[in-house]
Design a binder for this molecule. Structure first.
Ligand code: MLT
Length: 248
């Protein structure tokens, strides 16, 4: 039985490093790819659209020459995973939707994103999104694990402002992809931290109910960045999903 590769798609406003601990655990048993979104650092940014990010991921998978993969996306990465499924379904053998949702932004949320993008542009720095660490991490992590708070704060501070504005505008423009999820017949695992204050358990329940072959994993005492806050639990959930895929 061949071990299906796993592709890990990161959240906003972060990069592939948020998956380092999970990737380290998974790489013991299967190939792991963790591309930066929407394109490699240093490349020209496309127009803001998650479809462009999904097309880049498709190219990364094709270049790896492995055939269909298990795709795991956390939050923005989940939005990209669903765009990949819609545009390149032949590449997706299994899907993990981690602290994310399949629905579009409300008009109010989309307008708020444009406001943040404009602030970042005006500031010429990521200062307007630095405070997001407070909503990304769960209450337990914020209260008891200062080293995790510091790590995520440093990652946010190192982001390119142009990529931050790109991501806000691309996420604001994304459509509802619940129907794409409904039509997928492969295994799906939905993972959510029980302290996730961004996408939360209602969105997770909705996706599990939508998927034809969906399984819910709730990670206790972590927030929106479950893969950073409890990498062992998330790696186990992803590994079990990949085993379901491998078992056919
Ligand atoms: C993320 O973690 O990627 C963002 O919180 C997603 C979002 O803003 O919708």
């Amino acid at each position: 039985m061949t071990a299906s590769p796993i592709v890990l798609l990161h959240a906003f406003p972060l990069d592939h490093r948020m998956w380092d601990d999970v990737a380290g655990a998974l790489a013991r048993t299967r190939p792991v790819l963790a591309p930066d979104l929407p394109v490699p650092v240093g490349s020209d940014l496309p127009e803001p659209s998650l479809e462009a990010a999904a097309d880049h991921v498709a190219q990364v998978v094709r270049d790896a020459g492995t055939g269909p993969v298990v795709v795991a996306g956390l939050s923005m990465g989940g939005y990209v995973a669903l765009a990949l499924l819609e545009r390149h379904p032949e590449l997706v053998a299994g899907l993990a939707l981690v602290d994310t949702k399949s629905t579009a932004d409300t008009p109010e949320a989309a307008a708020k994103r444009e406001g943040v993008a404009a602030e970042v542009e005006a500031a010429g720095s990521v200062d307007p999104v630095r405070g997001m660490v407070g909503t990304l991490l769960g209450e337990t992590t914020r209260g008891a694990r200062p080293e995790v708070v510091e790590r995520v704060t440093a990652w946010i501070g190192e982001q390119d402002p142009a990529r931050v504005t790109w991501a806000q505008r691309a996420m604001a423009a994304r459509p509802d992809r619940t129907e794409t999820l409904r039509l997928f017949t492969g295994p799906v695992t939905v993972v959510v931290g029980d302290e996730d204050a961004v996408t939360g358990t209602d969105a997770a329940d909705h996706m599990v109910a939508t998927a034809a072959d969906g399984l819910l994993v709730v990670v206790p005492r972590v927030g929106h960045l479950s893969a950073v806050e409890d990498p062992a639990a998330v790696a186990t959930a992803l590994s079990e999903l990949a085993n379901r895929v491998d078992a056919g």
